[in-house]
Write a protein that binds this ligand. Structure first.
Ligand code: GLY
Ligand code: MN
Ligand code: MN
Length: 428
């Protein structure tokens, strides 16, 4: 575990909230992720399963959480199954959680080794009627391989075909989209680490450095602060910034160009998501500043517009209308373009072609029902941009906010964004 210990009350409260959403006589199970294979005998570093982490704080591979709030045996109401540590594992892979450590991390009293799973799971299933199993229900997920959860569903349904099966994801999405106080504190740590990384780049960037050097600098800052990249960083100078998912990060930064930085840290699995756009030479040109100020106005107005009760669709529509006005004033759109726009294709789409923002948390594009109105505790990104391939540059600005009863709170209020402040910091 790279991060400081987290009070297990967070995970206990999450389990408790989930237990209240289950039907009477239910069993729910959540699996760790598979370790992603690469080539030959290679693999990527294991990525903790966000749902398992949310409910237990456990990041170890092969772990299974079983919840059975109405189990006859009180000790079986929450069980965490883990790989049993042994000498061989210790030599080849290192530390695996002993039972007392897993209890301390998760707050779960009953820890069992995986060898006991089939017998105990059978007992619980025979006692219950409903089974809640987990699937990845992110709308944009592009799974091409069968996940551990899907294999588990296939095997469980084959063995117990007459139970009533339900989607755990529906319940977890509802819970995870609303962030509790301890979660907000963890997000704030990721945001603070991200800010440190960005400030370091403001000192480093000058004509001639390569995008890859900026990435290296961030990797150093994030790693020494016990964080990781929240996603593949986008470090895009000049026209590269017009490629929305650019992540080659291998081109020289040229004098006069802008550098778009969509880079953020993940601490304790909670992700920040930041974008800033800075001038490679330390001074914006007049044109760059004009575009920058337009994006900044849309960002600020969109932050202010993220109020309780609003639908994401309406929020985004409002920002698109603001963007239309900005693009008209900049001479990038004509009145006739606005007249031709349709409900699905606002005129600004030509220069601002992606969504305004998304829920953020244990996943960067976090789970949650964004067809429902914003509620207190939602954490959202706000990320308008203007992309002008013809002029060879783009500006995107992205902050992370919390929706509250008293209006939105900007978690990134301390991360420099005013052009004057950015220029001053770059020329210090
Ligand atoms: N960095 C990914 C995003 O902004 O959505
Ligand atoms: Mn981003
Ligand atoms: Mn984002």
């Amino acid at each position: 575990m790279r991060h400081d210990p987290i009070d297990s009350k967070l995970f206990a409260a999450n389990r408790d909230r989930l237990a209240h959403l289950l039907l009477p006589n239910s069993v729910a199970a959540v699996n760790a992720n598979d370790i992603p294979p690469t080539n030959a005998d290679g693999s990527l570093i294991p990525i903790p399963n966000s749902d398992l982490f949310y409910l237990t704080g456990i990041e170890q591979e092969e772990s299974i959480l079983v919840l059975a709030p109405n189990a006859h045996d009180e000790k079986q109401r929450e069980i965490l199954f883990l790989r049993e540590p042994n000498e061989h594992l210790k030599i080849w892979e290192g530390h695996k959680h002993p039972k007392d450590e897993a209890q301390k991390i998760s707050g779960i009293k009953t820890i069992k080794w995986l060898a006991e799973f089939p017998v105990i799971f059978r007992q619980l299933l025979c006692e219950s009627e409903h089974v809640f199993l987990n699937t990845n229900e992110h709308k944009r997920a592009a799974d091409t391989v069968e996940t551990r959860d899907l294999r588990f569903i296939r095997e469980t349904q084959a063995q117990y075909p007459l139970h009533q099966y339900h989607r755990l994801a529906r319940l977890l999405h509802r819970l995870r989209v609303v962030k509790s106080e301890p979660e907000i504190e963890l997000l704030k740590q990721s945001v603070a680490i991200t800010e440190q990384g960005f400030r370091r780049l403001l000192k480093l960037v000058k004509p001639g450095i390569n995008e890859v050097e900026a990435e290296a600098e961030l990797a150093h800052e994030f790693t020494r602060r016990r964080a990781r990249f929240a996603y593949n960083p986008i470090i895009a100078s000049g026209a590269n910034a017009c490629t929305l998912h650019y992540n080659q990060n291998d081109q020289p930064c040229k004098k006069g160009d802008l550098l778009l930085l969509d880079v953020a840290a993940s601490y304790a699995n909670y992700n920040a998501d930041l974008t800033r756009t800075i001038p490679v030479s330390g001074r914006f040109t007049r044109r760059q500043k004009q575009i920058y100020q337009a994006v900044l106005r849309v960002l600020r107005a969109s932050i202010a517009g993220a109020t309780v009760g609003k639908l994401h669709r309406d929020w985004q529509k409002e920002s698109q209308m603001m963007m239309n006005d900005e693009l008209l004033a900049l001479g990038l759109l004509k009145k006739s373009d606005i007249k031709k726009q349709t409900e699905e294709t606002p005129a600004c789409r030509k220069y601002f072609m992606h969504g305004l923002g998304h829920p953020l948390g244990l996943d960067v594009h976090d789970v949650g029902f964004i067809t429902e109105p914003f509620a207190p505790g939602w954490v959202l990104t706000v990320e308008p941009g203007i992309y002008i391939p013809k002029e060879g540059f783009a500006v995107r600005l992205e902050d992370d906010i919390i929706v509250t009863e008293h209006g939105p709170i900007n978690l990134m209020a301390n991360t420099p964004i005013e052009p004057d402040e950015i220029e001053a910091l770059m020329n210090r």
